[in-house]
Write a protein that binds this ligand. Structure first.
Ligand code: ZN
Length: 316
């Protein structure tokens, strides 16, 4: 049954353009080293500019200083912004998703800076239909200042939408079991899969520094050289780690099953399946041996068989 979308309220929304979403709001905390440190650790950013006596804050932290937090507080919505949301929610556009942001950095923020900000509802789009549902893109523009001086801007866009109705599930039908996903073969890994077709497990070896690497990559992670050759793995390995997958269910697989990280005798590690052992008998340190299984519809896959001589992986 087709569902009628909520009525178009664009003419009402247009009136909000130019109205404030935050006025002379203050950051909850001054720019400070602990927040910078946590941010850098979370992002894995080790740039030296963000540590030490003359540290600056990473520019992309701009929004971290101005977010009001779950409990509201400074920087929370103005009555105009609340009204805009109430209008949209009331008209059935109850979903919200952030779509994109653009930031501009005028000067770096430093520990001790006390950012303030003003935000304006910059634009409301005409009604659009997306895969999520029908709704309106709302763009806000925040100007961040320190002691009155502009330090950066943050333009933020959300989609307020009426969630698309999910069609009722169809009655179950007897369908053939879906085929296992096929490997994605591309320019960088095609020689690996050509090796698999010949029942060879090829490891890349940097011709400049000799470092082995797996999975296949266009350059050496150690020295950066793009030149490489291959070494054929002897096929022996040990289970370095593993997980047992129960969820999410995927039609081509029968959970629970084990996914193993095998350390090959050559020293590189490879994620694979393990055969010849129940999922709950896989153990770290277990010896495994390379074998190839045939995929439905053609092609082969390198997997690892638990060695019969040490079925329980006992570290004797
Ligand atoms: Zn190298």
């Amino acid at each position: 049954m087709p569902v009628r979308p909520p009525s178009d309220v664009h003419h009402l929304l247009k009136a909000f353009e130019g109205r404030p979403a935050a006025v002379s709001a203050s950051a909850r905390d001054p720019v400070n080293l602990p927040m910078i440190r946590h941010w850098c650790e979370a992002m894995g950013d080790t740039h030296p500019a963000y540590t030490g006596e003359d540290a600056i804050a990473p520019p992309t932290m701009l929004q971290a200083w101005t977010m009001p937090g779950l409990s509201g507080g400074p920087g929370a919505r103005t009555p105009a912004y609340e009204e805009l949301f109430a209008l949209l929610d009331g008209a059935g556009y109850t979903g919200v998703v952030a779509t994109d942001c653009e930031q501009e950095y005028v000067r770096p923020l430093r520990p001790g800076d006390r950012p303030t900000f003003d935000t304006v509802i910059e634009a409301v789009s005409p009604r659009k239909t997306t895969r999520l549902g029908t709704g309106y893109f709302i763009t806000t523009m925040m100007r961040v200042r320190v002691a009155g001086e502009l330090v950066g801007t943050h333009r933020f866009r959300i989609l307020k939408y009426a969630p698309a109705t999910v069609p009722a599930p169809e009655p179950p039908r007897e369908e053939p079991r879906p085929a296992r996903p096929r490997p994605v073969i591309n320019r960088d890994n095609a020689p690996f899969w050509a090796g698999v077709a010949e029942h060879k497990l090829l490891i890349q070896r940097c011709t400049a520094c000799g470092t082995l690497r797996f999975p296949w990559l266009p350059g050496c992670g150690r020295c950066g050289s793009p030149e490489w050759g291959t070494v054929e793995a002897c096929g022996s390995g040990t289970v370095h780690s593993y997980v047992v997958v129960h969820h999410p269910p995927f039609p081509a697989f029968d959970p629970p099953y084990a996914v193993v990280l095998v350390e090959l005798a050559e020293g590189v590690r490879m994620i694979s399946n393990i055969t010849g052992v129940p999922h709950d008998a896989v153990r770290i340190g277990m010896s495994v041996e390379l074998e190839f299984i045939r995929l439905d519809g053609g092609g082969e896959l390198p997997v690892f068989r638990a060695r019969a001589d040490r079925p329980d992986g006992a570290e004797s």
